[in-house]
Design a protein around this ligand. Structure first.
Ligand SMILES: *Cc1c(COP(=O)(O)O)cnc(C)c1O
Length: 402
């Protein structure tokens, strides 16, 4: 059988992001398949002992073992890299594997990390509890306060870490300004861009050094597979990440990469529809008497509306609101819903509601939660692809029950 070499696709740089989501990174086998192939293999075979030796020396381009790399995973990495506009991308088994690897691959005992206080629960655990066990200290700051970032810098500060919009209060942190402080401190600036997605916010263009994703969320978009990714410069991957991932093994499964590759193809239309729905739902909820507040970055009453408009191309697919009656009120609201499901996940085609105070953020004291703006009545809604009127009708049931 002859090996077919397809006509080369146009350079990713000349294509719009929507097109990159569908065409970038395809590696075709000799069969010329149209859809990306699933290479469910652990290892690879060599033509000769010489070739195997050359591959281990890094002189022969090719795959060695799926803990290091795999063709389906490589397609996923290349597609996400092209969409993000990064020099290099590496996939991981989960979003948390991405965040943990992005930090541990270059930090060492004696180093110091500055991070925003409002973090995804597990990210905060890694920074606040795990890193200090290995002698890496951290300072958590109020992310919207630029002076607090600046004041937290020490001579041994090596990393800045944040997410924006934050979970679950959807605060917007000024990535460009924080990037300037990170540069001054010579710290590697890592942004967890899960809530914004690569389509709504480009942290690298705003001055960040590394971007992390949980591909579990909008990249899959249909609630099936876990996955993660780390994007940054070739230098960062070569000097730090490459060896760390190879030797410690948080690799993405080829099966998951294959599902995620198909998910990423529809990301643009899904995000557009979901954030359209999110704005409609936020507009419906705003000002309702049983709600203390509604938070959505692209509504004019959001505290960082101007910054959100400057930094993001859309308001995200998430919104949060605080109901009267504290936890009991929030539970009555959640239990009255019949379409929107109670789940701690987000970025799904199905709309999902979370009560952060008793789930994702239950391990914090009430004081720590209050400090993060997580009131007892706060609910987070991940808006899906349903008809907005069906969502609004369901939310009306919740409001009536509060
Ligand atoms: C979900 C999430 C993670 C962790 O991702 P997993 O794939 O569940 O490990 C990290 N950061 C943010 C902001 C998330 O939403």
């Amino acid at each position: 059988m002859t090996v077919k070499i397809p006509r080369p696709a146009p350079d990713a740089a000349s294509l719009r992001p929507e097109t990159r989501l569908i065409h970038s990174g395809i590696l075709r086998s000799q069969f010329g398949e149209n859809a990306e192939a699933l290479y469910l293999t652990q290892s690879f075979v060599y033509d000769s002992a010489e070739q195997s030796a050359a591959r281990f020396r890094g002189e022969d381009d090719g795959f060695i073992y799926s803990r290091f790399s795999n063709p389906t995973v490589a397609m996923f990495e290349e597609r996400l890299r092209a969409v993000e506009g990064a020099e290099a991308a590496r996939a991981t088994a989960t979003g948390m594997a991405a965040v943990t690897s992005a930090l541990l691959c270059f930090l060492k005992a004696g180093d110091h990390v500055v991070a925003a206080r409002a973090l995804f629960g597990s990210c905060r655990y890694v920074i606040e509890e795990l890193l200090p066990r290995f002698g890496i200290t951290s300072t958590l700051v109020e992310g919207t306060d630029l002076k607090a970032w600046e004041n937290a810098i020490r001579p041994e500060t090596r990393a800045f870490f944040l997410e924006s919009p934050t979970n679950p209060t959807l605060e917007i942190l000024d990535i460009a300004e924080i990037a300037k402080l990170a540069k001054k401190a010579k710290a590697t600036f890592i942004v967890d861009n899960v809530f914004a997605t690569p389509l709504l916010q480009s942290p690298l263009a705003l001055g960040a050094d590394v971007v992390c994703y949980s591909a579990t969320k909008h990249i899959d978009g249909q609630g099936r597979c876990l996955g993660g990714a780390i994007l940054g410069s070739q230098q960062f991957v070569k000097d730090h990440l490459h060896t760390f991932l190879r030797q410690t093994g948080p690799a993405m499964s080829p099966f998951n990469a294959w599902v995620l590759l198909k998910g990423i193809e529809t990301m643009q239309i899904r995000i557009e529809k979901a954030q359209d729905n999110a704005l409609k739902v936020a507009d419906f909820l705003a000002g309702k008497p049983k709600l203390k507040k509604v938070l959505y970055p692209f509504r004019k009453d959001h505290p960082q509306y101007e910054l959100a408009k400057r930094q993001m191309k859309g308001g995200s697919t998430l919104l949060s609101f605080e109901v009267e009656g504290n936890q009991a009120g929030a539970f009555r609201f959640a239990n009255a819903l019949r379409l929107i499901r109670i789940s701690n996940n987000l970025g799904d085609a199905k709309s999902l509601l979370t009560h952060p105070g008793t789930t994702t953020h239950q391990r914090f004291t009430p004081e720590a939660r209050a400090e993060m703006g997580i009131g007892e009545g706060l609910l987070r809604l991940s808006v899906g692809l349903e008809h907005p009127d069906d969502l609004i009708e369901d939310l009306s049931r919740g409001l009536a029950a509060v």
